[in-house]
Design a protein around this ligand. Sequence first.
Ligand SMILES: *Cc1c(COP(=O)(O)O)cnc(C)c1O
Length: 381
Amino acid sequence: MKKEDYKNKIAAVINCSQEQIFLYWKGRVALYAILKAMGIGEGDEVIIPAFTCVVVPNAILYLGAKPIYVDITAETYNINVELIEDAITAKTKIIICQNTFGLSSDIEQIISIAKKYNLFTIEDCTHGFGGFYNGKPNGSYCDAAFYSTQWNKPFSTGIGGFSVINNPNLIDKINNLESKKLKTTLFDNVTLAALILFRKYFINRLTHYKFVQLYRFLSTKNLIIGSTQGSELTELKLPENYFKDISTIQVLAGIKRLRKLNDLNELRKINAERYTSFLSKNNKKYIDEKFFGNHLFLKYPILVKNRELFLVSAQKENVILGDWFHSPLYPVKEELTLWKFDSEKFPIATKISEKIVNLPTDVTDNTDVIRFLDNNLNLII
Ligand SMILES: *Cc1c(COP(=O)(O)O)cnc(C)c1O
C-alpha cells in the first residue's frame, strides 16, 4: 500500500508511529479534522496568531466557532506568548501556534498556559515539516499538528496535507472521520499531475512571475485546482467538496520528494546563514543565530520601505521573491472584518504585513538574491 508507505516515511521524520498520521487533500482539511475531533462548535473560541493564512480562521468559522487573534512579536513573526492569557475566556477551547517561515513558537510556554486553563493545543506546522523545536521534530509537542505540501511548503505534492495526532484520546475521533473523506476525482488527479509536470519542466526564473499570476487568477476563478478557491477568500461557508482525501498522485509525489528533504533543509540553512551575515553586516533587520536551532528557514523574511517598488525591481531582474503575509490573513487583503479581524488591535502584525518580503532559501546559489539586496539596500529596513 503506497499510502502506508507514505505515512511511514512521514512518521520517520516526525519520529512517531504510522498510526498517528492522517492524510488529506490539503493542510487546511487536516486542521478541520483536528478541530472536529476536538469537538469544537457554535460559540467556542480558538486562539490563533494574528499573522496567518486565511484558511486557518476559515476552518474555525466553518464549524461555527470564533477565531480569537493574538498579535505576534516583531522578532519572531509568531504569536506573542505574553498576550495569550488576556485572550482566554470561559469559551476558549484551543490554542493554535504556528512555525512562521519555519521558526517555532515558544511551544513549552504555550503548553503550560494550555494546561493551566485545560485547553487543547494545535501546532500549525505548514512551514516547518522536518524542522525542530528544542531538539524534537516540529509537531511533537502539541495535542495535534498539521502540515501542508502545497507548492511552496517544505516539500511539495502540488497541493496536499497531513496531520499527526499526539493525544491518544483524539485518535478514535480522527479515525471516525476517515470514512467521511470525499474521494478525489479523475479530474483532480489528472489536473494535479499536469500541474506538477508543468512546474517541473516549464517554471524557472524567467517564467516564474508570469505563470504565478496566471495560476492565481485561474484558481480564484475555480478554473483550475488551486491552493485557495474563490469562495474561501470571500465568504465563510464551507466550500463544497472541502473534506477531501489525498489522491494517488499526491502520495506518489510525496514519497519521491521526501527523499530529498534533508538535502533541501541543509541548503535552506546555508542560504539563511548567508542572508543573516549580509544583513547584519549592513545593519539591517536579520534573524539572529540564537534562533537557528529552532528554524527551518522555509523562507527568510526581511522588511522593506516600499514593497511595491522592491518587488517590481526584483521581477525585472528575475529574482524570485515572495510576498507571503502581505496581509495578516494572507492572501485576503481587504475586509478582514468578515473574519472578525480588527487591524487596530494587532498593530505589530498589521505593520509587518505592510513591509514584509520573503527571500528564497531553496535556491542552489543565492548570490543573485544577495546582489539584488546589495543594489537595493536603501529600501531595506
Ligand atoms: C499554507 C498554509 C496553510 C494551509 O495549507 P494548505 O495545504 O494550503 O491547506 C495553513 N497555515 C499556514 C500558515 C500556511 O502557510
